[in-house]
Design a protein around this ligand. Structure first.
Ligand code: CAA
Length: 384
């Protein structure tokens, strides 16, 4: 039985900042952000959106009256959780009016958690073939104004339905994993911004890619030449390019150029949004599927997932017949086309107006937010 991605959509808030202008404001060469980091625009997340509302805005696009009652498991990957106890998946289940007799849980392992959700969903469907699983990854990537990580911020959510006979991608066995206890990037419980050892995290990312790809090739006796494209978790788009370049000596020049071409298609959307943390690899997937003109059903795509701390996975998925129709490219492009640019000072004001972690009663400027789901504030220590 084939199991994999049947539907997939993405949401990011309406606002962005231009990276060339941000570079100037930070007294950096625009080339550093545009080429050296590989980002053109960065999503700015208002205080009317959090991990739950962004996930709801993404998932609402793929849940309808035909499939709502078939969802029997919700897996919510996030590292921007809104509660230390109650799972973000419970809020999502309620907002989307899913059945009550289902399982809903939040998963955490930095940016890797959505991949964990997809693989757990696949096993669930293999055990229960009629089931459909809603898997989401939703995050706000925050490092702080005037930090080295600032040009690698961003945010948004990707939602997908994992089912049997998927319309878009079938997930293949096996996967290759590598896990090690390292401190490259983390967020202590008291902090709203991540702590990061930037250079070390980038080296570890490449090392984990090398290890998992090698392990995958050993397990499956396959080579890079079997893959039409390799796509990446993109904390910043140059990171994926560096990782890809580090293994191109494993294939011939013609195929190496093909992988580089497909990589360019896969980074178009992340260039415009920034880091999505858990959803980032799947924004690369959407970008490849929407923008590449070379893809055909039956071709295989390699996916590298990395979550700091750290856990990596490399796996392969196969494009299904009619995947182009199932992707609904127009609606996906529209999310990016409908955005508005903020000046640097407007961005800084929005960045600083996040709901404080300790404030009991707080009202957001919800009139600003035209999204279907938004955060209205906090009252009696409950989010509204
Ligand atoms: N034109 C073109 N390129 C230029 C340039 C110019 N004018 N000026 C500088 N550059 C290049 C530099 O040569 C460098 O390129 P290489 O990396 O290829 O050498 C690049 O721009 C960046 O310059 P710096 O290394 O000087 O940048 P920095 O020290 O200010 O910080 C960073 C870069 C470490 C990525 C920092 O933004 C950061 O810490 N980001 C957050 C951490 C991160 O994203 N880590 C990724 C792996 S961890 C992960 O994947 C999990 C996750 O999601 C966080």
């Amino acid at each position: 039985m084939k199991v994999g991605i049947d539907r997939i959509r993405f949401y990011t808030p309406r606002w962005y900042v231009d990276m060339a202008k941000l570079a100037k404001a930070r007294h950096e060469e625009p080339g550093k952000y545009l080429i050296g980091i590989g980002q053109s625009k960065q999503a700015v997340i208002p205080n009317t959106q959090d991990a739950v509302t962004m996930a709801a805005n993404a998932a609402d696009q793929i849940i309808n009256d035909n499939n709502r009652d078939q969802i029997d498991l919700v897996l919510f990957g996030t590292e921007s959780g809104i509660d230390n106890s109650k799972s973000a998946a419970i809020y999502l289940q309620h907002l989307l009016q899913l059945r009550a007799d289902i399982q809903s849980v939040e998963l955490k392992q930095a940016c890797y958690a959505m991949t964990a959700g997809i693989q757990l969903a696949k096993d669930h469907v293999l055990a229960h073939p009629a089931s459909k699983v809603l898997v989401v990854g939703s995050d706000i990537a925050r490092y702080g104004l005037h930090t080295a990580g600032e040009p690698t911020q961003g945010g948004g959510a990707v939602a997908m339905i994992i089912s049997a006979d998927p319309k878009i991608l079938a997930i293949e066995e096996p996967s290759a994993h590598y896990t090690a206890d390292i401190m490259d990037f983390w967020r202590p419980l008291y902090a709203t911004e991540a702590v990061v050892d930037g250079k070390y995290s980038s080296q570890e990312y490449i090392d984990f890619f090398d290890r998992t790809l090698t392990e995958y090739q050993t397990k499956t006796k396959s080579s890079l030449a079997d893959l039409q494209a390799v796509i990446f978790h993109l904390p910043y788009t140059k990171m994926g390019l560096k990782a890809l370049k580090s293994v191109l000596n494993r294939t011939d020049e013609r195929h190496a150029n093909q992988l580089l071409r497909e990589f360019e298609y896969s980074r178009i959307f992340s260039r415009e949004v920034g880091n999505l943390y858990t959803g980032s690899l799947y924004l690369s997937l959407l970008s490849l599927l929407v923008n590449s003109e070379n893809l055909k059903s039956g071709q295989k795509i390699g996916l590298f997932s990395y979550g700091s701390g750290a856990e990596g996975e490399f796996y392969v998925a196969t494009l299904q017949t009619n995947f182009q129709t199932a992707i609904e490219s127009g609606s996906i492009k529209k999310v990016l086309e409908d955005r508005e640019e903020l000046s640097i000072s407007e961005y800084e004001t929005m960045f600083n107006s996040q709901m404080p972690l300790t404030n009991d009663n707080f009202v957001t400027n919800d009139k600003l937010d035209s999204a279907k789901f938004y955060l209205a504030g906090q009252k009696d220590q409950q989010r509204l």
